[in-house]
Ligand binder design. Structure first.
Ligand SMILES: *Cc1c(COP(=O)(O)O)cnc(C)c1O
Length: 480
């Protein structure tokens, strides 16, 4: 952030907060203290980042006041010319950044992007052929019997996605999410020995299960995926390949993942969030081939209401930033730093899922320290290190207590942390984990929930992190 930018942003935020304070001071207070909290914590949450002041400022304005259901140039409301500009600029940046044939900027979040994708695939693969068979143009022209048959067909479709404990996401067909209620789901895991994706095993499952949708992508798998191989599998069984790159879109945008590791040339439909490694506002995007574009365009009214024009505007700004050489340098640093973090752990004897990383995240198996993920997460938080607990493959402690903690480099890399800093972060985390013991339950047995951190460790780690955080300030020069 340049000095001029920070000065301008300081003035903008000081004024904005004064205006808000006049209406609800508690909210102005929460906004102020969130900045302090973010500045003072060692944020290793793999799905979080820090958006630029330009992105943040784009979200708060009157674009929010406009209704614009429909698509660019084809709205169900009058007076949408500025929203048309916003949405087409966002889509243009997304297409050019990712080399996609088509981009849809309306989804409000990652989960919404996935819903749009699922229904688009169902529309393209199930509805369109059914209409053709009945010799009609629209669903409204189907007679009641044909409509009942089509509705039933929607409920008979299958999805094959990565299992939750191998690093998959809830929206990839799991029962607590609507995707698990929409589809018959099966999941593929990872190799029990190497903990890596086994493409032959995925192919064998796909041949047997014959999914309509093969979904690739993850939230907690510390490795790259070969999307060319996934496409081969999809083609062999007639599935649509959908890739959810919510976590690693920044590495695709920054050209760290290219060739077989870039999902866009291989998948029929790609979904993402814009706020994780991509470092934009909270939101979602769908990219698709021309073939799927017309059905993706029906995201509103299929599953979305009016688009959030102010958020599409912020996505456009973030995507413009992601097209710069600086962003490529950032993305490469995210991956290099994850390697340094992983080496920092393995050199100190920690166990990592898959033994390391080649993306932006590291999954530490904390059972080696006699802890559950929950105990590790809360001991680390006591020492000012913000992480989240996560299952490891075939986790004996289930999805609540878990046996892992997930750490990501996108946020601290945005602050300027380099490889040596991440080695130090690993050292601090190992210090905490090796000085933590499970608190006993009432019966005296070691519990799964509470932890005991040895005296003095939290202070020692906090002091060391404070020094690093001061060296790499968040939004330097931004004064409230
Ligand atoms: C984070 C994430 C999502 C959900 O994104 P939200 O914006 O929180 O709805 C979906 N898929 C994957 C793989 C994710 O990591």
């Amino acid at each position: 952030m340049s000095d001029t930018t920070s000065q301008l942003a300081s003035t903008a935020y000081q004024s904005a907060l004064q205006v808000i304070e006049g209406v609800e001071p508690r909210i102005a207070g929460a906004i102020r203290s969130e900045l302090t909290d973010q500045r003072e914590s060692l944020k290793l949450i793999a799905s979080e980042n820090y958006a630029s002041p330009a992105v943040l400022l784009t979200m708060g304005n009157w674009l929010s006041d406009k209704y614009a259901e429909g698509t660019v140039g084809h709205r169900f409301y009058a007076g949408c010319q500025n929203v048309d500009t916003v949405e087409s600029v966002a889509a243009e940046h997304a297409r050019e950044l990712f080399g996609a044939e088509y981009a849809y900027a309306q989804p409000h979040s990652g989960i919404d992007a996935n819903l749009v994708a699922f229904w688009s695939i169902l529309a393209h693969r199930v509805e369109t052929p059914a209409l053709a068979e009945a010799g009609v143009k629209s669903m409204n022209d189907l007679d009641e019997d044909a409509w009942e048959v089509l509705r039933k067909k929607f409920g008979e479709q299958r999805m094959l996605g990565m299992s939750l404990d191998a690093g998959g996401h809830l929206t990839h067909g799991f029962r607590p999410n609507i995707s698990g209620k929409m589809f018959h789901q099966r999941s593929y895991g990872t190799d029990p020995e190497t903990q890596l994706l086994d493409y032959d095993a995925v192919a064998a499952q796909a041949r047997e299960f014959k999914p309509l949708i093969l979904i690739a992508g993850y939230s907690a798998y510390p490795r790259r995926v070969n999307f060319a191989k996934m496409r081969e599998i999809a083609d062999e069984v007639g599935a649509t390949l959908m890739v959810d790159m919510a976590h690693f879109a920044g590495l695709v945008a920054g050209k760290v993942f290219t060739g077989d590791e870039d999902p866009v040339p291989h998948a029929h439909v790609v979904t993402t969030t814009t706020h994780k490694s991509l470092r934009g506002p909270r939101g979602g995007l769908v990219l698709a081939t021309e073939e799927y574009a017309p059905s993706v365009d029906r995201g509103c009214p299929m599953v979305l209401g009016g688009p959030l024009s102010h958020m599409m505007a912020a996505k456009a700004v973030a995507l413009a930033e992601a097209r710069t050489p600086e962003f490529q340098t950032y993305a490469q640093a995210v991956a290099d730093n994850a390697k340094a973090l992983a080496e920092g752990f393995t050199s100190r004897g920690a166990t990592l899922v898959t033994g390391g990383t080649d993306n932006h995240l590291v999954l530490v198996d904390v059972s080696a320290y006699g802890l559950t993920g929950r105990q590790a997460e809360s001991a680390l938080l006591e020492a000012g290190v913000v992480t989240n607990r996560n299952s490891v493959p075939n986790d004996p402690n289930g999805a609540w207590y878990t046996s892992g903690v997930r750490l990501g480099t996108p946020a601290l890399t945005s602050r300027g942390f380099a490889a040596a800093d991440f080695d130090r972060v690993a050292e601090l985390i190992v210090d905490v984990l090796s000085q933590t013991t499970p608190a006993p339950t009432k019966s005296g047995a070691p519990g799964k929930a509470k932890h005991i951190l040895a005296d003095g460790v939290a202070d020692r780690v906090r002091a060391a992190s404070a020094e690093m955080l001061q060296t790499h300030p968040l939004y330097p020069g931004l004064e409230l």
